[in-house]
Structure formats: structure tokens, C-alpha cells
Design a protein around this ligand. Structure first.
Ligand code: SF4
Length: 205
């Protein structure tokens, strides 16, 4: 059955398919555009995201946005979501059961958003999304995997980069690869000049 984007968002807001619904303040569905050529998927909302009902708006989200802005990503180019739409208490990792309960919603979200490229932010998102538990992020990051007609790119979660700033260049390089691929596929406009990696640290508030 085809549903509209607004109907989908309402469905998410009314979802009680897993126990995370009992402790959430808000269901965190997305930010960015619909449809969008590039989708970023993290593991789940944190405290700031739960408060605001938007994904990746805390310090890690601001770091991601800093890098996206510097790489010339416009709002129309991306859609950001998570594997689970409600905050796991104490920011714990979502369980496989919670991710499975939320999977039909993410599948519908992908169908409506129609991305060509899906970027998985962090090992947890990668594992919950693909079911592959054995891969090491250092070995799989920065390379596209073709699956079900999508180009999937695993990379580091920006929260990991906040804790390990010396690794920032790797996330930057991976986003650069995504941007170049998107340009090659005619999904984004080329940049006039090569971007420089921002080095500032986003504020914690
Ligand atoms: S995490 Fe997903 S499945 Fe669980 S209650 Fe929230 S929207 Fe529903």
C-alpha cells in the first residue's frame, strides 16, 4: 500500500511497536529533504534529538553538518534518519529486537525518500542495517557496497570523531568520496574549488 510522506510521519509518531516508545519524548523521523539523492542513517536519537524531535542536531550532528556544509551539501541533497526512531535510554545501543521492530518504518522511509546513496554512520548502524556483525569499520569504511539497487557506504559515526578528533580526516575523506560519486551520477552539482576540511570543534550546547 502506498502512503504519503505525511501519513508516514504520522504512522511513526503513533508507533508503539517496541518498548522505546515508553521512554521517548519525541519520535525522531528525519531532517533534510524528501525525496533526496543521499540518505545518512545513524543508530538512534540521543538526548538533544529526543528533545527536538530531529536527528543529528546535538554536538555530533553539528560536526556532521559542518563537514556536509564544507563539502557543498545543500538541504535538497540529503535526508538524515536513524535505524531506530526513539531514543534508547541512557544512550545505550539499540537492541536487535528494537531495530527489527523499527525496520519496516525505515524501509518505508527509504522507499519514499528514494535515495541512490545510503551512508551508514557507525558500526552499530552498519550492523543493524546489514546484519553483518563481523566487519571492522576500519576495513569497510569509505567503500561502496551495491545492494538492492542502492550504493551503501559505511563510515564513522560523528560522535566517534568527537572523541577521536585525529580521525576526523577519515570521515571527511568518506564524505568527499560520497560527494564525488553523487556528482558523477548527476545527483549533485560539482564544486568550483576543492573544499578544505573544517578543523573547529562544534560547541557542546
Ligand atoms: S523505535 Fe521505532 S519501532 Fe520502536 S516505538 Fe519508536 S518508532 Fe516504533
Amino acid at each position: 500500500m502506498k502512503i504519503s510522506w505525511n501519513e508516514f510521519v504520522e504512522q511513526c509518531k503513533n508507533c508503539h511497536a517496541c518498548p522505546l516508545s515508553e521512554t521517548r519524548k519525541n519520535v525522531v523521523v528525519y531532517r533534510g529533504s524528501v525525496p533526496a539523492p543521499i540518505m545518512f542513517v545513524g543508530e538512534g536519537p540521543g538526548a538533544t534529538e529526543d528533545e527536538q524531535g530531529l536527528p543529528f542536531v546535538g554536538q555530533a550532528g553539528r560536526l556532521l553538518q559542518l563537514l556536509l556544509d564544507a563539502q557543498g551539501f545543500d538541504m535538497k541533497d540529503f535526508h538524515i534518519a536513524n535505524v531506530v526512531k526513539c531514543r534508547p535510554p541512557e544512550n545505550r545501543v539499540p537492541t536487535e529486537t528494537e531495530a527489527s521492530a523499527c525496520k519496516p518504518l525505515l524501509a518505508t522511509q527509504i522507499l519514499i525518500t528514494k535515495p541512490k546513496i545510503i551512508v551508514l554512520l557507525g558500526k552499530t548502524a552498519y550492523t543493524l542495517f546489514t546484519g553483518d556483525k563481523s566487519a571492522k569499520m576500519t576495513e569497510i569504511r569509505g567503500r561502496f557496497i551495491e545492494k538492492n539497487g542502492y550504493l551503501i557506504m559505511p563510515t564513522f559515526h560523528p560522535a566517534y570523531i568527537l572523541r577521536n578528533n585525529n580521525e576526523r580526516v577519515k570521515l571527511w575523506q568518506d564524505i568527499d568520496i560520497v560527494r564525488r560519486k553523487a556528482v558523477e551520477m548527476g545527483l549533485m552539482d560539482p564544486l568550483n574549488t576543492e573544499p578544505d576540511m573544517p578543523t573547529e570543534r562544534p560547541s557542546s550546547k
